[in-house]
Design a protein around this ligand. Structure first.
Ligand SMILES: [Mg+2]
Length: 208
């Protein structure tokens, strides 16, 4: 991944968030406060604007800028969580291009940041339930010799499967956990937006 691809990815996420804004809102309306679509839209609109004038020297610069902008523009839990994730990933990627191996390391750092800040574990019905399996799938695919396109496609599939698998879970973290058993039967909005970020990554890598 080079700087141009990272920038293309983040801009494509902004477009995807707009396309899925209503879906994210509806999912959050079911088990939260119905602001996830608006929050993600506001955040990535600001990110797109910030990247317009930004001159990154490394792949990490793009991701750190993304994370910092999300932190300062997105309310609720998702701003700090996505902000920390992108910033942690970006801090690993200190060169103008990143190898697949470095991308895996960056995503491990993002996962660690989300895990620490959210104090969540797998199965808590959070974004981690999409993020962690995606990173595992990416790493395994690369280990078995897949190219980046195939590996990111595998990661996207794992993220989507992970997001779908949150539906029967009872939330143990975040606002949805206040609902107790009534959180069962709804897909987690944060896991859904995380899956969107990975499906977008796979799409831009495939189109490269
Ligand atoms: Mg919300």
């Amino acid at each position: 991944m080079d700087i141009a691809l990272a920038s293309t990815w983040i801009r494509a996420v902004a477009t995807a968030v707009e396309e899925h804004r209503d879906q994210l809102t509806q999912l959050d309306a079911a088990i939260g406060d119905a602001d996830h679509g608006a929050n993600m839209s506001r955040g990535f609109t600001a990110v797109s604007a910030a990247l317009e004038t930004f001159e990154p020297a490394t792949v990490g610069d793009v991701l750190v800028k993304t994370g910092s902008t999300l932190m300062s523009t997105v309310g609720g839990a998702s701003g700090p969580l996505y902000g920390a994730a992108f910033r942690a990933a970006g801090k690993v990627l200190t060169e103008p291009s990143a190898s697949p191996r470095q991308l895996v390391e960056a995503l491990h750092a993002a996962t660690a940041a989300v895990t620490q800040l959210g104090a969540a574990t797998l199965g808590d019905k959070t974004m981690l339930d999409a993020l962690a399996p995606a990173v595992t799938a990416l790493e395994e695919a690369l280990f078995h010799g897949a190219d980046l396109a195939a590996a990111t496609a595998a990661a996207a599939k794992a993220a989507e499967d992970g997001a779908h698998a949150t539906t029967p879970l009872q939330a143990r973290k975040g606002r949805a956990s206040y609902l107790g058993p009534r959180s069962i039967g709804h897909q987690d909005p944060g896991a859904t937006s995380t899956a969107l970020i990975f499906t977008t990554l796979a799409a831009v890598v495939a189109a490269r």
